[in-house]
Design a protein around this ligand. Structure first.
Ligand code: MF3
Ligand code: CO
Length: 248
């Protein structure tokens, strides 16, 4: 079932979305060579607590942390730990939290220090592919219009999009219907209507689209070892167009 949010529910979605967006702004300032992903995780945990939010990932199917931190060839769901970020790395930070029972979910991939120009281009293109998807979040369009726009943008620049993981509806649960793939033909799937909230989250690879899960049961990496970027925003579909709830 696809849930539609009332104006009072949207208010709560805006609050969780804002806090999730803010924690990413704060985390970006901390991302430098020498910092560990666990330090970032601890900061996010405290930040959510201070802002009356409950981490959405912690304990989700047994996930052990507040954030996901996915470095270089890691696509998504990297578990924070002792890994020290190094100059030239890229790190995807994914965060989610509930405020009064309503969830916000967002991710950014950041450069650690100075990175190769090709990687800067990957980050820029993945962010822009997300916005091409957001632009399709309009009443009357269909779900696959989003992924079609994402895929078209990313592939035109020589990248591939991950197919094995998708975006999702979001609200009182982090993952609601419908699934929101980052690929496909246009004009397929459910129609978008006012009050829907969707988390769009393109994962864009420098190489092929194939991925595998490491022995920790969580970390998704590219099969070819090439680098990957991930950006995510929570979007409300309103009568006059998309409202990005997690963009600060
Ligand atoms: N943004 C991711 C998602 O929508 C984060 C989930 S990580 C998990 O699936 F640990 F909570 F699974
Ligand atoms: Co998500």
């Amino acid at each position: 079932m696809i849930t539609l949010k009332s104006e009072s529910e949207l208010k709560l979605m805006r609050t969780s979305g804002r806090v999730v967006g803010q924690v990413l702004v704060e985390l970006e300032k901390k991302i430098k060579p020498g910092v560990t992903t666990l330090e970032l995780d601890k900061f996010a945990y405290e930040f959510f607590k201070k802002n009356d939010c409950v981490p959405a990932f912690l304990g989700y199917h047994g996930y052990p942390a507040t954030i996901c931190a996915s470095v270089n060839d890691e696509v998504v769901h990297g578990i924070p730990g002792k890994r020290v970020l190094e100059e030239g790395d890229i790190v995807g930070i994914d965060v989610g939290a509930f405020y009064k029972g309503y969830c916000g979910d967002s991710a950014r991939t950041f450069a650690v220090g100075k990175v190769r120009p090709e990687l800067q281009k990957l980050l820029q293109a993945t962010f822009e592919s997300l916005d091409r998807g957001v632009e399709q979040c309009r009443v009357g369009n269909r779900i696959s219009d989003i992924g079609h726009a994402v895929q078209e943008y990313a592939e035109a620049r020589g990248y591939s999009v991950v197919k094995d993981y998708v975006g999702h509806g979001i609200g009182q649960a982090m993952h609601e219907e419908p699934q929101v793939p980052n690929y496909g033909k246009p004009h397929q799937g459910p129609r978008l209507v006012e009050g829907m909230c969707l988390a769009l989250e393109p994962m864009v690879n420098v190489g092929g689209d194939e991925v595998r899960v490491l022995e920790d049961g969580w970390t998704v990496v590219t099969k070819d070892g090439k680098f990957s970027a991930h950006f995510e925003d929570t979007i409300a579909i309103l009568a006059d167009g998309p409202e990005n709830l997690t963009r600060i």
